[in-house]
Structure formats: C-alpha cells, structure tokens
Design a binder for this molecule. Structure first.
Ligand code: C5P
Length: 276
C-alpha cells in the first residue's frame, strides 16, 4: 500500500485566448500548489478497480477522474492486476482548486510507483493530458506556467510566495464548461484590475463572466481586498473559491469570524499556505 498527498492549486493568473477547433480555449496561466491536499491510498489487488471516498457526494465509479486514471494506467501498461483506491477529500468539488485533477495525477504517479515504474515521465504526461487540462500540472511539484489548453507545463521553481492564504468556499460550485461558455458569450469585455504580490501579477479573465452571474463572488473579493489583513484576493480558475493572500502575522481567526458574520456560515474558510 502507498499513500500520497494530492495538493490543491490556485491560479495566480489566468488569461483566456481563442476557442480552438477542438472546443477548448488556449490559455496562459500561472498555477501554484497549496498545502491543502486530499490523501490517497493505493493498494494493488488481483483484478478490478475499486474506489472509496470520504465525501459521499462524489461518484466512486468510472465517472470519477481518479478511477479513469487507474483504468488508463492498466490500458497503457497492459499490466494484469487491480487496484483499490481510497480518497480522503479535503478539497471541495467544483471549487476551481482542481481537486479531481490532482487526485487523478496522484493515481497515475502512485500506480507507476506501485507497479515498479513501467512508464517514463513523457508517457505519463501524455496520459495526464488525456484525462484533463489541469492534470499535467500536477505531474510536477513546482509553481508552473501552463499553456496550450493547460498541458504545456513549464516549471517555475524560483517563483515562490511566502504567505498564508485564506480560502473561502461559497456554498455553491461553478461548472468549468459553463464559465468558459459565458466567456465566449461576451464575458470578455472590459479590463480587469491587476494586483501584485512579491512581484507576481495576479488576475483572472474568468472573474468577469463568473461575477456577472454569481454577484456575491464579486462582493466577496472586494470585501477581502479592503481588509487590512489581505494583500490581494482573486477567484481561482473558474471559481467558486476566492482566495486571499494574507499579510504576515495577521489574526486569521478574527478575519474568518468576521467573514462569516458578513456572508453567513455557509461560506466556509480554510487557512492554508503555498506548498513550496
Ligand atoms: O479539460 P477539462 O475536462 O478539465 O475541461 C473541462 C471543460 O472546461 C472543457 O470541457 C471545456 O469546456 C473547458 N475548458 C476550455 N479550455 C481549456 C480548459 C477547459 O474550454 N483550456
């Protein structure tokens, strides 16, 4: 049996380009890993793929990307065996933190370990891209610039932000395909304000179309930016998570309490940090 951490990510920046012939959009994004992580256990068995998950709202069959990763691994290696997967979820679904993609990447990496490394890194990267646009990022362990539809990953090991991060999870998710289609439908108009932390420029093109429908997210971001504890605040990916990069030594308990007093207790919060 082996156990792995599957980290969450936030997009520090996200630019959307044109819609391509394959239906995806060209993107240019800088992604950083957070300490917040799911825990995945993998155990080999004689045959079949089984999946257990601590969050009962998440499907545990072939609809789950982690399950698909295991299937793709067996298909590409021809190994005749099975695997039991157990996921302890800490990363909310549909939150723009790529929890499902990170779980899938950990399953690919973990199974390659479990079955004595039959696949090289290039092959694994290709399989990650088949599973989803965010999966290749998690096949490496640094902040990275990702282009193409997300699969062209350039590690940026020197790009580090030493700060705590407050993650705010609204009581609803935002489906990624909807966010991209809202962008196509005209959400791209206008120029968004850029923020800067440690020389890193923060912005997210998807805020404009997503904030238009989910107005509370725009109010939440503004509320955070005005707080003295906060250096910068941004929606991650297609939302709905909004994250705040905090100033050193601030009272995070007080900030979390006041946030819930303002937005309600259904807006849960987690304090985390960047993973490197
Ligand atoms: O690759 P993934 O399955 O995570 O993408 C989910 C959806 O997000 C796609 O079906 C597409 O609608 C949208 N998307 C996109 N361009 C990208 C990444 C995702 O249009 N670069």
């Amino acid at each position: 049996m082996i156990a792995l951490q599957a980290h969450a990510k936030v997009n520090l920046s996200l630019r959307i380009g044109e819609k391509r012939a394959d239906g995806y959009h060209g993107i240019d994004t800088v992604i950083a890993r957070l300490q917040l992580a799911d825990r995945i256990e993998l155990e080999s068995c004689l045959s079949g793929i089984s999946l257990e998950c601590s969050d009962t709202s998440i499907p545990c069959d072939e609809k789950n990307l982690a399950w698909q990763a295991a299937e793709l691994f067996f298909k590409n290696t021809g190994i005749s065996a099975g695997v039991r997967l157990r996921i302890e979820k800490k990363i909310p679904a549909e939150g723009g933190l790529a929890g499902g993609s990170s779980d899938a990447a950990s399953v690919l990496r973990g199974m390659n370990e479990l079955f004595d490394k039959p696949l090289g890194s290039e092959k694994l990267m290709g399989m990650a891209a088949v599973l989803g646009s965010d999966v290749p990022f998690f096949m490496q362990e640094h902040t990275a610039r990702c282009r193409g539809r997300g699969e062209l990953v350039e590690s940026l090991p020197d790009l580090k932000i030493q700060a705590s991060v407050l993650l705010v999870f609204p009581p609803f998710g935002v489906p990624t395909p909807w966010a991209f289609s809202a962008w196509d439908a005209g959400g791209r108009k206008g120029v968004d304000e850029e923020q800067k932390v440690d020389g890193v420029v923060l912005f997210n093109d998807l805020e404009r179309p997503v904030f238009k429908k989910y107005i509370v997210l725009a109010i939440l971001k503004e509320w955070l930016i005005r707080r003295h504890e906060v250096q910068a605040a941004l929606m991650s990916g297609s939302g709905s998570t909004v994250f705040a990069i905090l100033n050193p030594g601030v009272d995070t308990d007080g900030l979390q309490r006041e946030l819930q007093a303002e937005f309600g207790e259904t807006f849960s919060t987690v304090c985390s940090g960047f993973a490197e």
